[in-house]
Design a protein around this ligand. Structure first.
Ligand SMILES: Cc1cc2nc3c(=O)[nH]c(=O)nc-3n(C[C@H](O)[C@H](O)[C@H](O)COP(=O)(O)OP(=O)(O)OC[C@H]3O[C@@H](n4cnc5c(N)ncnc54)[C@H](O)[C@@H]3O)c2cc1C
Length: 377
């Protein structure tokens, strides 16, 4: 018999879970509290890094390689260009954890790459002002994604395969019953065989056992205009993630190639209530990006021309929670992607579909076990 599955939260992960499940013939009902691709979720901000040589750990590489294939599938099925593989630089001290993890990924998985010292890199990447002891690594299997378009495309594909999408419908509670799992919205009850909870920063409202583990954090993006646009184009300006003594930050050329987006990593402010994301950005908050623009680049105008605030759910070790809940085995959680989950989204959709259809997944997700933390906190 066809399985009847609810997906709660149709942002990044929920859209891909819905697409993958519906494509495989599962009867899917997706619930989203706002509209599809709305900018209060972790979807907003125009672009997302895609990297394969992974500073967060080499164990992600097989997932990332599969994610890349699935991004291409979604491009083909939707007719939209979602992924631009323009390459991505890692810049940092040779003995830093980030550089070591990137090199381990490259060696363990034979990732196409190029290593440079500063003398070699400076003429090739004159946009950056390198430190004399920087190691520079070009991941040729990196680039950027178009997040809003990707999420809308995945939901459109899910609907094409028969998924029922309930927009502006907030799920208030989840209950285990003899018939399966019941979800409650606007006082109405809907019962399913299985439920996938992809609520991002709101997930602990539905799964309070993760109250002490999931922390929504605010992420600020800033955009700067280059003095010489011709040097900041897709063909000569790869995406980058850079660790200096003072800052950890990343950047991406804008889709229209007229600016670059720069964001800090690791200084995200905790948010108590995800419904109250502060959109105003203070001068104090942009002091660091302004210093970065003038200290680590050549030829960027120093004032940000665009700012935006978003949020994502973080865990204590910055790795997501993915898998069945121990106590509610017909509930799967996927949240806590800690500022680096977008690129993984389609493979997470595949993981959910395998867990539901085969009760196991071929993918290696042990490091994402949702029971690895002490929930009593
Ligand atoms: C500004 C920014 C930049 C980032 N940069 C990168 C990057 O370069 N590369 C990268 O790989 N990752 C990046 N990330 C991280 C990545 O975007 C996130 O890890 C990922 O998008 C999280 O997806 P999610 O599905 O968990 O959450 P979301 O995309 O936020 O989706 C959660 C959805 O659930 C809905 N929802 C919640 N509760 C309910 C409910 N009760 N009922 C109905 N609907 C509900 C919400 O409205 C929302 O739509 C970035 C994140 C941010 C915010």
């Amino acid at each position: 018999m066809k399985k009847n599955v609810a997906v709660i939260g149709l942002g990044t992960m929920g859209s891909m879970v819905s697409w993958q499940l519906a494509k495989k013939g599962v009867s899917v009902t997706g619930f989203e509290q706002f509209g599809i691709g709305h900018d209060r979720s972790a979807v907003g901000g125009e672009s997302r890094l895609f990297r394969t040589a992974y500073r967060e750990g080499a164990e992600y590489v097989p997932l990332l390689r599969r994610a890349r294939q699935l991004w291409c599938d979604l491009e083909e099925q939707s007719g939209n260009r979602l992924l631009s593989l323009i390459g991505g630089l890692t810049i940092g001290k040779a003995d830093s954890v980030n550089v070591r993890n990137v090199l381990k990924s490259i060696l363990d998985y034979n990732i196409q790459h190029k290593l440079y010292d500063v003398k070699e890199a400076q003429p090739l990447f004159p946009q950056h002002r390198f430190d004399s002891d920087d190691a520079i690594i070009l991941d040729k299997e990196a680039g950027y994604l178009r997040p809003e378009l990707a999420v809308v495309a995945a939901i459109n594909q899910a609907e094409k395969h028969g998924a029922v999408i309930k927009r502006n419908t907030k799920i208030e509670d989840i209950e285990n019953t003899d018939q399966g799992v019941t979800v409650i919205a606007n006082g109405k009850r809907f019962t399913f065989d299985e439920v996938v909870v992809t609520g991002g920063s709101w997930v602990k409202e539905l799964l309070p056992q993760y109250k002490k583990i999931i922390q929504p954090r605010r992420i600020i993006m800033t955009w700067f205009v280059p003095k010489d646009l011709s040097k900041f184009q897709d063909e000569n300006f790869p995406t980058f993630a850079r660790t200096t003594e003072k800052y950890d930050f990343f950047g991406i050329p804008t889709l229209d190639q007229s600016m670059i987006k720069v964001a800090l990593i690791g200084s995200e402010e905790a948010i108590n209530n995800p419904d109250l994301l502060e959109n105003n950005i203070s001068m104090e908050e942009i002091a660091a990006p302004i210093e970065i623009a003038s200290s680590y680049f050549n030829n960027l105008n120093p004032d940000p021309v665009r700012l935006s605030a978003h949020m994502d759910a973080y865990t204590p070790d910055d790795h997501a929670l993915v898998g069945r809940l121990n106590d509610k085995s017909n509930v799967i959680v996927m949240s806590g992607f800690s500022g680096h989950g977008f690129k993984l989204a389609p493979v997470m959709g595949e993981v959910a579909s395998e867990l539901i259809l085969d009760d196991r997944t071929e993918h290696s997700i042990e490091h994402l076990n949702p029971d690895r933390f002490d929930k009593s906190g």
